[in-house]
Ligand binder design. Structure first.
Ligand code: THU
Length: 155
């Protein structure tokens, strides 16, 4: 299955580019603003240009205002003019694998699943010892994307 590409941190370490990307996500994670949950998340998003855009979760005294690390990275990339992406690495210190929330999947899909055949690799690392690499299309099957507007509703 496409979402079982990697389930092994050793395989992850065998890819130097991915290792470097994960290291960036690990480092930026320290900057997360998480006074309420204490759950730090770091994200490193690679654009088609090769540039890396970093994100952390930023919480708020008004809890619902919190923004996830993945969305912080996407917003930063788009603000800097990049809209096509190769890979995102997401790091938490959970033991179990922590996959992006539904809102972040949808935000990533806006850019990464916009065109036929397009996809995005998502590398998940839980510092508790689990890693996995899968595709966004597996995380968000049958996604509503910009292409969905061209589909006529069934009556
Ligand atoms: N969080 C993320 O940053 N990314 C996710 O995909 C899931 C959750 C953050 C939001 C909040 O600051 C903390 O994790 C606990 O939910």
């Amino acid at each position: 299955m496409s979402h079982d590409l990697w389930r092994d941190a050793a395989i992850l370490r065998a890819d130097p580019q991915l290792t470097a990307l994960v290291a960036e996500a690990v480092a930026v994670r320290e900057r997360a603003w998480v006074p309420y949950s204490g759950f730090r998340v770091g994200a490193a998003l690679v654009g088609e240009s090769g540039r890396v855009y970093l994100g952390v979760n930023v919480e708020n005294a008004s809890y619902g205002v919190a923004v996830c690390a993945e969305r912080t990275a996407v917003v930063s990339a788009v603000a800097q003019g990049e809209r096509r992406f190769r890979e995102i690495a997401i790091v938490t210190d959970a033991t179990e694998l922590a996959a992006p929330c539904g809102v972040c999947r949808q935000t990533l899909a806006e850019f990464a699943l916009a065109e036929e055949g397009q996809d995005l690799f998502v590398t998940l690392v839980s510092l508790g010892g689990t890693a996995s690499r899968l595709q966004l299309s597996a995380l968000l099957p049958l996604a509503f994307t910009p292409r969905s507007f061209q589909v006529r509703p069934i009556r």
